[in-house]
Design a protein around this ligand. Sequence first.
Ligand code: HEM
Ligand code: HEM
Length: 228
Amino acid sequence: MQQIQVHEHCKLKRYIWELPVRWCHWVNALSLVILAATGAFIAHPFSVAHSASDFVMGWVRFIHFTFAYIFTISVVSRIIWAFTGNRYAGWREFFPMRTVKGREKLRDMFRYYLFMTHQVPETVGHNPLAATAYFAVYCIYLAMILTGFAMYALHAPGGAMYRAMGFMYAIFSIPMLHLVHHALPWLLLGFVINHIYSAWLMDIKEHGAEISSMFSGYKFTLKREHED
Ligand code: HEM
Ligand code: HEM
């Protein structure tokens, strides 16, 4: 007990997540919940409208497309920030396999999740396993955006958006766009369940204010900046 107190005393308060990272995270999370709910309705309508003038599907689609734009702006902003923000936001964080240290930490994290050790490897920014998953998540985000806008542009064939999406029609048939756009959210759902569990687990195990760090930007770590 005393040792934990000494440990906690030695911890440093450090600014890790800059404002754009935090905003994009919560805007993406909120958009995803709304896009998934409205998307599920578009796929399986269960309208209880009394007449066509209730315009239920119209409103649901309107909300889906409004959040589609918000989500797209947020995802693109975060990608730009990966090239302009601090080191914890930077694109290199998402490829821990590049370095020997990164591969070691990745292995240690795997060992922890496989119950082979009780020791959680301390990480200051994203842990390498989470960062690798985030890269996959961003690929799925981009696939959702591209298939979504390719379907959306079909309302005005020959228009600017339709022409911009031309490469998508060359790769995918229209039913395939629907299938991909319908299937990928299941992977995102799986990620979110695991993600919330892991964030909670690390919050408890690391004593580093993991969850509140996504609101405040600050984490508590044993390491100083040059020791990361
Ligand atoms: C990750 C975020 C998103 C999720 C989880 C999501 C989910 C869904 C789902 C489940 C459907 C029903 C698909 C079907 O069964 O055919 C759907 C439809 C649709 N989504 Fe998304 N979506 C997302 C992002 C977007 C974006 C960025 C756009 C861009 C405009 C978009 C545009 C559309 C369109 C146009 C349809 C309707 C297709 C139709 O008319 O049948 N979605 N979405
Ligand atoms: C739809 C729901 C969510 C999605 C899709 C999501 C996705 C993500 C992504 C992609 C990142 C990487 C951030 C970046 O560098 O841009 C991240 C980080 C993080 N998220 Fe979420 N998130 C969601 C909900 C939540 C919730 C509810 C919590 C809190 C319980 C949370 C806690 C965190 C924390 C603490 C981090 C930074 C942790 C780290 O990797 O070191 N997230 N999340």
